[in-house]
Design a protein around this ligand. Structure first.
Ligand code: DSN
Length: 421
Protein backbone atom coordinates (compact mmCIF):
# COMPACT_ATOMS: atom_id res chain seq x y z
CA UNK A 1 0.00 0.00 0.00
CA UNK A 2 1.27 3.47 -0.83
CA UNK A 3 -0.95 5.71 1.39
CA UNK A 4 -0.50 8.61 -1.04
CA UNK A 5 -3.74 10.32 0.01
CA UNK A 6 -3.26 9.97 3.78
CA UNK A 7 0.24 11.35 3.32
CA UNK A 8 -1.26 14.52 1.84
CA UNK A 9 -4.34 14.95 3.98
CA UNK A 10 -3.34 13.56 7.37
CA UNK A 11 0.42 13.54 7.89
CA UNK A 12 0.09 12.62 11.56
CA UNK A 13 -1.70 9.33 10.85
CA UNK A 14 0.59 8.77 7.86
CA UNK A 15 3.65 8.98 10.13
CA UNK A 16 2.13 6.50 12.56
CA UNK A 17 1.34 4.02 9.76
CA UNK A 18 4.88 4.36 8.39
CA UNK A 19 6.37 3.83 11.85
CA UNK A 20 4.24 0.70 12.29
CA UNK A 21 5.30 -0.52 8.82
CA UNK A 22 8.92 -0.19 9.94
CA UNK A 23 8.21 -2.07 13.18
CA UNK A 24 6.48 -4.88 11.29
CA UNK A 25 9.13 -5.09 8.56
CA UNK A 26 12.17 -4.97 10.84
CA UNK A 27 10.79 -7.09 13.66
CA UNK A 28 9.75 -10.69 14.20
CA UNK A 29 6.07 -11.15 14.95
CA UNK A 30 5.50 -14.09 17.27
CA UNK A 31 2.12 -13.30 18.81
CA UNK A 32 0.14 -16.44 17.90
CA UNK A 33 -3.10 -14.60 17.17
CA UNK A 34 -1.48 -12.21 14.68
CA UNK A 35 -0.68 -12.61 10.99
CA UNK A 36 -0.26 -10.63 7.77
CA UNK A 37 -3.17 -10.35 5.35
CA UNK A 38 -2.67 -10.39 1.60
CA UNK A 39 -2.89 -7.28 -0.58
CA UNK A 40 -6.19 -8.60 -1.92
CA UNK A 41 -7.69 -8.85 1.57
CA UNK A 42 -6.49 -5.32 2.30
CA UNK A 43 -7.96 -3.99 -0.94
CA UNK A 44 -11.35 -5.41 -0.02
CA UNK A 45 -11.09 -3.88 3.46
CA UNK A 46 -10.22 -0.52 1.94
CA UNK A 47 -12.97 -0.69 -0.68
CA UNK A 48 -16.09 1.42 -1.23
CA UNK A 49 -18.17 -1.37 0.30
CA UNK A 50 -17.56 0.48 3.57
CA UNK A 51 -20.04 3.11 2.35
CA UNK A 52 -23.05 0.83 2.55
CA UNK A 53 -25.55 0.04 5.29
CA UNK A 54 -27.21 -3.35 5.00
CA UNK A 55 -28.98 -4.37 8.20
CA UNK A 56 -30.51 -7.79 7.79
CA UNK A 57 -29.42 -10.71 5.64
CA UNK A 58 -29.21 -11.38 1.90
CA UNK A 59 -32.61 -10.76 0.25
CA UNK A 60 -34.09 -9.67 3.62
CA UNK A 61 -32.65 -6.21 4.29
CA UNK A 62 -33.96 -3.06 5.87
CA UNK A 63 -32.31 -0.66 3.37
CA UNK A 64 -32.37 -0.39 -0.40
CA UNK A 65 -29.52 -0.79 -2.87
CA UNK A 66 -28.44 -4.25 -1.74
CA UNK A 67 -27.94 -6.12 -5.03
CA UNK A 68 -24.15 -6.14 -4.82
CA UNK A 69 -23.95 -6.55 -1.07
CA UNK A 70 -26.28 -9.59 -1.26
CA UNK A 71 -24.06 -11.12 -3.95
CA UNK A 72 -20.96 -10.51 -1.83
CA UNK A 73 -22.43 -11.89 1.39
CA UNK A 74 -23.79 -15.00 -0.34
CA UNK A 75 -20.39 -15.59 -1.90
CA UNK A 76 -18.71 -15.25 1.50
CA UNK A 77 -21.19 -17.75 2.96
CA UNK A 78 -20.73 -20.22 0.11
CA UNK A 79 -16.93 -20.07 0.28
CA UNK A 80 -16.83 -20.48 4.06
CA UNK A 81 -19.08 -23.54 3.86
CA UNK A 82 -16.98 -25.04 1.06
CA UNK A 83 -13.80 -24.37 3.01
CA UNK A 84 -14.84 -25.92 6.31
CA UNK A 85 -17.87 -28.16 5.95
CA UNK A 86 -17.62 -31.48 4.10
CA UNK A 87 -19.76 -31.49 0.93
CA UNK A 88 -22.01 -34.30 2.16
CA UNK A 89 -23.10 -32.53 5.33
CA UNK A 90 -23.35 -28.94 4.05
CA UNK A 91 -27.13 -29.24 3.81
CA UNK A 92 -27.26 -29.48 7.62
CA UNK A 93 -25.24 -26.34 8.23
CA UNK A 94 -25.99 -22.63 8.27
CA UNK A 95 -23.45 -19.82 8.34
CA UNK A 96 -23.49 -16.24 9.51
CA UNK A 97 -20.52 -14.16 8.30
CA UNK A 98 -21.55 -10.92 10.01
CA UNK A 99 -20.01 -11.13 13.52
CA UNK A 100 -17.59 -8.26 13.97
CA UNK A 101 -15.05 -10.52 15.64
CA UNK A 102 -14.60 -13.64 17.76
CA UNK A 103 -15.92 -12.26 21.05
CA UNK A 104 -19.16 -10.94 19.50
CA UNK A 105 -19.55 -14.27 17.68
CA UNK A 106 -19.26 -16.20 20.93
CA UNK A 107 -21.60 -13.88 22.80
CA UNK A 108 -24.14 -14.13 19.96
CA UNK A 109 -24.17 -17.92 20.31
CA UNK A 110 -24.76 -17.70 24.07
CA UNK A 111 -27.51 -15.13 23.53
CA UNK A 112 -29.14 -17.26 20.83
CA UNK A 113 -29.14 -20.66 22.49
CA UNK A 114 -29.22 -20.08 26.25
CA UNK A 115 -31.26 -18.26 28.84
CA UNK A 116 -29.44 -15.96 31.26
CA UNK A 117 -28.27 -18.01 34.23
CA UNK A 118 -28.06 -21.31 32.32
CA UNK A 119 -25.19 -23.65 33.14
CA UNK A 120 -22.31 -23.71 30.65
CA UNK A 121 -18.84 -25.25 30.63
CA UNK A 122 -15.73 -23.62 29.21
CA UNK A 123 -11.98 -23.74 29.63
CA UNK A 124 -10.70 -21.36 32.28
CA UNK A 125 -8.63 -18.42 31.07
CA UNK A 126 -5.62 -19.24 33.22
CA UNK A 127 -5.47 -22.74 31.75
CA UNK A 128 -5.78 -21.65 28.12
CA UNK A 129 -9.42 -20.65 27.56
CA UNK A 130 -10.80 -17.33 26.30
CA UNK A 131 -12.46 -14.49 28.20
CA UNK A 132 -15.77 -15.32 26.49
CA UNK A 133 -15.58 -18.91 27.74
CA UNK A 134 -16.93 -17.80 31.11
CA UNK A 135 -14.40 -15.50 32.76
CA UNK A 136 -16.08 -13.55 35.57
CA UNK A 137 -15.03 -10.15 34.16
CA UNK A 138 -16.61 -10.96 30.78
CA UNK A 139 -20.28 -10.77 29.80
CA UNK A 140 -20.26 -14.58 29.45
CA UNK A 141 -19.25 -15.09 33.10
CA UNK A 142 -21.68 -12.44 34.33
CA UNK A 143 -24.77 -13.55 32.41
CA UNK A 144 -24.43 -17.35 32.58
CA UNK A 145 -23.41 -19.85 35.26
CA UNK A 146 -20.07 -21.08 33.98
CA UNK A 147 -18.22 -24.11 35.28
CA UNK A 148 -14.62 -24.18 34.18
CA UNK A 149 -12.40 -27.09 33.20
CA UNK A 150 -8.67 -27.08 32.61
CA UNK A 151 -5.60 -29.16 31.94
CA UNK A 152 -4.05 -32.07 33.81
CA UNK A 153 -1.22 -31.30 36.22
CA UNK A 154 0.98 -34.12 34.90
CA UNK A 155 0.99 -33.39 31.15
CA UNK A 156 -0.76 -29.99 31.01
CA UNK A 157 -3.14 -31.27 28.34
CA UNK A 158 -6.93 -30.96 28.48
CA UNK A 159 -8.31 -33.17 31.22
CA UNK A 160 -11.14 -34.87 29.32
CA UNK A 161 -12.00 -36.99 32.38
CA UNK A 162 -12.50 -33.80 34.36
CA UNK A 163 -14.65 -32.38 31.53
CA UNK A 164 -16.80 -35.52 31.66
CA UNK A 165 -17.00 -35.53 35.46
CA UNK A 166 -18.12 -31.89 35.64
CA UNK A 167 -20.57 -32.42 32.77
CA UNK A 168 -22.22 -35.39 34.52
CA UNK A 169 -22.39 -33.50 37.78
CA UNK A 170 -23.82 -30.20 36.61
CA UNK A 171 -25.64 -31.19 33.39
CA UNK A 172 -24.75 -28.01 31.45
CA UNK A 173 -26.90 -26.71 28.63
CA UNK A 174 -23.75 -26.03 26.58
CA UNK A 175 -20.11 -27.14 26.53
CA UNK A 176 -17.57 -24.88 24.82
CA UNK A 177 -14.43 -26.46 23.43
CA UNK A 178 -11.53 -24.43 22.05
CA UNK A 179 -8.79 -22.26 23.50
CA UNK A 180 -6.51 -19.28 23.01
CA UNK A 181 -3.38 -20.53 24.73
CA UNK A 182 -3.28 -24.27 24.19
CA UNK A 183 -0.38 -25.81 22.24
CA UNK A 184 -1.93 -29.23 21.63
CA UNK A 185 -4.59 -30.70 19.36
CA UNK A 186 -8.16 -30.52 20.62
CA UNK A 187 -10.25 -33.68 20.55
CA UNK A 188 -13.55 -32.24 19.29
CA UNK A 189 -14.98 -35.73 18.84
CA UNK A 190 -14.48 -36.46 22.51
CA UNK A 191 -15.97 -33.12 23.58
CA UNK A 192 -18.97 -33.88 21.40
CA UNK A 193 -19.41 -37.35 22.86
CA UNK A 194 -19.40 -35.90 26.38
CA UNK A 195 -21.87 -33.17 25.38
CA UNK A 196 -24.22 -35.68 23.80
CA UNK A 197 -24.11 -37.96 26.85
CA UNK A 198 -25.44 -35.13 29.03
CA UNK A 199 -27.74 -33.58 26.42
CA UNK A 200 -25.65 -30.41 26.03
CA UNK A 201 -25.06 -28.28 22.95
CA UNK A 202 -21.43 -28.47 21.84
CA UNK A 203 -19.89 -25.24 20.60
CA UNK A 204 -16.34 -25.33 19.23
CA UNK A 205 -14.39 -22.06 19.17
CA UNK A 206 -11.70 -22.62 16.54
CA UNK A 207 -10.45 -19.02 16.36
CA UNK A 208 -6.78 -19.86 16.82
CA UNK A 209 -6.63 -22.99 14.70
CA UNK A 210 -9.06 -22.19 11.87
CA UNK A 211 -6.21 -21.88 9.34
CA UNK A 212 -4.77 -25.20 10.47
CA UNK A 213 -8.16 -26.87 10.11
CA UNK A 214 -8.70 -25.31 6.67
CA UNK A 215 -5.21 -26.45 5.70
CA UNK A 216 -5.85 -30.01 6.90
CA UNK A 217 -3.25 -30.13 9.68
CA UNK A 218 -5.61 -30.12 12.67
CA UNK A 219 -8.68 -32.38 12.96
CA UNK A 220 -11.86 -30.55 12.04
CA UNK A 221 -14.73 -30.08 14.50
CA UNK A 222 -17.15 -30.85 11.65
CA UNK A 223 -19.23 -32.96 12.09
CA UNK A 224 -18.58 -33.23 15.81
CA UNK A 225 -20.32 -30.05 16.93
CA UNK A 226 -23.59 -28.17 16.91
CA UNK A 227 -22.01 -24.74 16.57
CA UNK A 228 -18.57 -23.51 15.46
CA UNK A 229 -17.26 -19.99 15.91
CA UNK A 230 -14.04 -18.53 14.59
CA UNK A 231 -12.19 -15.34 13.94
CA UNK A 232 -10.88 -14.83 10.43
CA UNK A 233 -7.60 -13.03 11.16
CA UNK A 234 -5.41 -15.47 13.07
CA UNK A 235 -3.99 -18.57 11.34
CA UNK A 236 -6.72 -18.12 8.70
CA UNK A 237 -4.94 -14.89 7.65
CA UNK A 238 -7.97 -12.82 6.68
CA UNK A 239 -9.42 -9.53 7.92
CA UNK A 240 -10.32 -8.91 11.56
CA UNK A 241 -13.71 -10.51 11.91
CA UNK A 242 -15.79 -13.44 13.08
CA UNK A 243 -18.01 -16.17 11.66
CA UNK A 244 -20.57 -18.58 13.14
CA UNK A 245 -21.46 -21.97 11.67
CA UNK A 246 -24.43 -23.75 13.19
CA UNK A 247 -26.66 -26.70 12.53
CA UNK A 248 -29.71 -25.59 10.55
CA UNK A 249 -32.08 -25.98 13.50
CA UNK A 250 -30.25 -23.10 15.24
CA UNK A 251 -30.05 -20.85 12.17
CA UNK A 252 -32.79 -18.37 12.90
CA UNK A 253 -31.89 -18.06 16.60
CA UNK A 254 -28.23 -17.38 15.69
CA UNK A 255 -29.11 -14.89 12.94
CA UNK A 256 -31.48 -13.02 15.23
CA UNK A 257 -28.86 -12.90 17.99
CA UNK A 258 -26.23 -11.38 15.66
CA UNK A 259 -28.71 -8.90 14.16
CA UNK A 260 -30.73 -7.29 15.67
CA UNK A 261 -29.69 -8.88 18.98
CA UNK A 262 -26.14 -7.60 19.22
CA UNK A 263 -25.11 -5.71 16.10
CA UNK A 264 -26.48 -3.17 13.66
CA UNK A 265 -25.25 -2.88 10.08
CA UNK A 266 -22.66 -5.47 9.08
CA UNK A 267 -19.23 -4.29 7.96
CA UNK A 268 -19.63 -5.12 4.28
CA UNK A 269 -16.05 -4.18 3.36
CA UNK A 270 -14.78 -6.61 6.02
CA UNK A 271 -17.20 -9.32 4.95
CA UNK A 272 -15.94 -8.96 1.37
CA UNK A 273 -12.41 -9.36 2.72
CA UNK A 274 -13.57 -12.51 4.56
CA UNK A 275 -14.79 -13.85 1.20
CA UNK A 276 -11.38 -13.08 -0.33
CA UNK A 277 -9.64 -14.85 2.56
CA UNK A 278 -11.88 -17.94 2.26
CA UNK A 279 -11.09 -18.00 -1.47
CA UNK A 280 -7.36 -17.77 -0.74
CA UNK A 281 -7.56 -20.59 1.78
CA UNK A 282 -9.12 -22.82 -0.90
CA UNK A 283 -6.11 -22.39 -3.16
CA UNK A 284 -3.34 -24.97 -3.34
CA UNK A 285 -0.64 -23.00 -1.49
CA UNK A 286 -2.70 -22.67 1.68
CA UNK A 287 -2.31 -26.28 2.82
CA UNK A 288 1.44 -25.93 2.35
CA UNK A 289 1.46 -22.77 4.48
CA UNK A 290 -0.58 -24.51 7.22
CA UNK A 291 1.74 -27.53 7.19
CA UNK A 292 4.78 -25.24 7.41
CA UNK A 293 3.30 -23.47 10.46
CA UNK A 294 3.20 -26.79 12.31
CA UNK A 295 6.66 -27.87 11.08
CA UNK A 296 8.06 -24.55 12.28
CA UNK A 297 6.37 -24.92 15.68
CA UNK A 298 7.78 -28.41 16.16
CA UNK A 299 11.33 -27.22 15.45
CA UNK A 300 10.83 -24.04 17.47
CA UNK A 301 9.65 -26.10 20.47
CA UNK A 302 12.53 -28.55 20.12
CA UNK A 303 15.15 -25.78 19.91
CA UNK A 304 13.66 -23.88 22.84
CA UNK A 305 13.78 -27.02 24.97
CA UNK A 306 17.40 -27.61 23.93
CA UNK A 307 18.26 -24.18 25.30
CA UNK A 308 16.63 -24.97 28.63
CA UNK A 309 13.18 -23.42 28.22
CA UNK A 310 10.34 -25.23 29.89
CA UNK A 311 7.27 -25.54 27.65
CA UNK A 312 3.71 -26.01 28.82
CA UNK A 313 2.74 -29.56 27.76
CA UNK A 314 6.38 -30.05 26.72
CA UNK A 315 5.83 -29.18 23.06
CA UNK A 316 3.41 -28.08 20.37
CA UNK A 317 1.08 -29.70 17.83
CA UNK A 318 -0.20 -26.46 16.35
CA UNK A 319 0.97 -22.87 15.77
CA UNK A 320 1.42 -21.98 19.43
CA UNK A 321 4.02 -22.42 22.15
CA UNK A 322 3.69 -21.45 25.79
CA UNK A 323 6.95 -20.98 27.70
CA UNK A 324 6.93 -21.24 31.49
CA UNK A 325 9.76 -18.93 32.55
CA UNK A 326 9.73 -19.86 36.23
CA UNK A 327 13.11 -21.62 35.95
CA UNK A 328 14.68 -18.52 34.33
CA UNK A 329 13.73 -16.38 37.30
CA UNK A 330 12.19 -13.69 35.09
CA UNK A 331 8.53 -12.92 34.67
CA UNK A 332 6.48 -12.88 31.49
CA UNK A 333 6.24 -9.09 31.66
CA UNK A 334 10.01 -8.61 31.82
CA UNK A 335 10.49 -11.16 29.02
CA UNK A 336 7.91 -9.43 26.80
CA UNK A 337 9.48 -6.01 27.44
CA UNK A 338 13.03 -7.28 26.83
CA UNK A 339 12.03 -9.00 23.59
CA UNK A 340 10.19 -5.85 22.50
CA UNK A 341 13.47 -3.97 22.84
CA UNK A 342 15.14 -6.26 20.31
CA UNK A 343 12.20 -6.30 17.89
CA UNK A 344 10.71 -9.69 18.81
CA UNK A 345 7.03 -9.39 19.65
CA UNK A 346 5.45 -11.92 22.01
CA UNK A 347 2.80 -11.64 24.69
CA UNK A 348 3.04 -12.34 28.37
CA UNK A 349 0.65 -15.10 29.39
CA UNK A 350 -0.42 -17.05 32.43
CA UNK A 351 0.64 -20.68 32.54
CA UNK A 352 -1.53 -23.45 33.98
CA UNK A 353 -1.25 -23.62 37.80
CA UNK A 354 1.01 -20.52 37.73
CA UNK A 355 0.74 -18.40 40.84
CA UNK A 356 1.33 -14.96 39.28
CA UNK A 357 -1.29 -12.46 38.10
CA UNK A 358 -2.23 -11.99 34.41
CA UNK A 359 -0.57 -8.53 34.56
CA UNK A 360 2.79 -10.09 35.34
CA UNK A 361 2.44 -13.82 34.75
CA UNK A 362 5.06 -16.57 34.62
CA UNK A 363 4.89 -17.23 30.91
CA UNK A 364 5.07 -15.93 27.38
CA UNK A 365 3.00 -17.09 24.41
CA UNK A 366 4.59 -17.45 20.99
CA UNK A 367 3.33 -18.51 17.59
CA UNK A 368 4.69 -19.31 14.18
CA UNK A 369 1.88 -18.23 11.83
CA UNK A 370 3.00 -14.66 10.99
CA UNK A 371 6.66 -15.50 10.36
CA UNK A 372 5.56 -18.52 8.31
CA UNK A 373 3.50 -16.18 6.12
CA UNK A 374 6.69 -14.17 5.54
CA UNK A 375 8.32 -17.38 4.30
CA UNK A 376 10.38 -18.44 7.30
CA UNK A 377 11.24 -22.11 7.66
CA UNK A 378 12.68 -24.45 10.30
CA UNK A 379 16.25 -23.02 10.13
CA UNK A 380 14.96 -19.51 10.66
CA UNK A 381 13.10 -20.60 13.77
CA UNK A 382 16.28 -22.18 15.10
CA UNK A 383 17.91 -18.74 14.68
CA UNK A 384 14.96 -17.02 16.35
CA UNK A 385 15.37 -19.38 19.32
CA UNK A 386 19.00 -18.29 19.74
CA UNK A 387 18.00 -14.63 19.53
CA UNK A 388 15.34 -15.10 22.21
CA UNK A 389 17.72 -16.94 24.53
CA UNK A 390 20.40 -14.33 24.00
CA UNK A 391 18.05 -11.45 24.75
CA UNK A 392 16.59 -13.08 27.86
CA UNK A 393 20.08 -13.83 29.15
CA UNK A 394 21.05 -10.16 28.82
CA UNK A 395 18.05 -8.27 30.14
CA UNK A 396 20.17 -5.60 31.85
CA UNK A 397 22.83 -5.32 29.14
CA UNK A 398 21.54 -2.55 26.88
CA UNK A 399 24.58 -2.70 24.59
CA UNK A 400 24.08 -6.38 23.98
CA UNK A 401 20.36 -5.86 23.39
CA UNK A 402 21.13 -3.25 20.71
CA UNK A 403 23.36 -5.79 18.97
CA UNK A 404 20.65 -8.46 19.14
CA UNK A 405 18.16 -5.97 17.68
CA UNK A 406 20.45 -5.55 14.67
CA UNK A 407 20.57 -9.34 14.23
CA UNK A 408 16.77 -9.52 14.45
CA UNK A 409 16.47 -6.80 11.81
CA UNK A 410 18.92 -8.55 9.51
CA UNK A 411 16.93 -11.79 9.68
CA UNK A 412 13.55 -10.05 9.35
CA UNK A 413 14.54 -7.99 6.31
CA UNK A 414 15.25 -11.15 4.33
CA UNK A 415 11.51 -11.86 4.35
CA UNK A 416 9.03 -9.36 2.88
CA UNK A 417 5.82 -8.54 4.69
CA UNK A 418 2.68 -8.71 2.51
CA UNK A 419 1.24 -5.24 2.11
CA UNK A 420 4.52 -3.44 2.81
CA UNK A 421 6.41 -2.34 -0.26
N1 DSN B 1 -6.84 -11.72 21.62
C1 DSN B 1 -6.93 -13.05 21.09
C2 DSN B 1 -5.67 -13.81 21.29
O1 DSN B 1 -4.62 -13.17 21.31
O2 DSN B 1 -5.69 -15.01 21.43
C3 DSN B 1 -8.10 -13.78 21.59
O3 DSN B 1 -9.24 -13.02 21.44
Amino acid sequence: MQYTQIKKTDPQIYQIIKAEEKRQREGLELIPSENYTSDAVMEAMGSILTNKYSEGYPRKRYYGGQKNIDAMEELAQRRALDLFVPQGSQKNWHINVQPLSGSPANIAVLLALLNFGDKVMGMSLDQGGHLTHGHPVNFSGKAYKFFQYGVRRDNQQIDYNEVEKIAFKIKPKMIISGATAYPRMIDFKRFNAIAKKVGAIHMADIAHIAGLIAGGVHPSPFPFTDVVTTTTHKTLRGPRGGVIFCQKKYASAIDRAVFPGLQGGPHDHINAAKAVCFGEAQKAGFAKYAAQIVKNSKVFAKELKKLGFSLVSDGSDNHLILIDLSNFEITGKIAQETLDKVGITVNKNTVPFGKRSPFDPSGIRLGTAACTTRGMKENDFAMITDLIKNALSNICNEKKLIKIKQQVKKLALKFPVPGIK
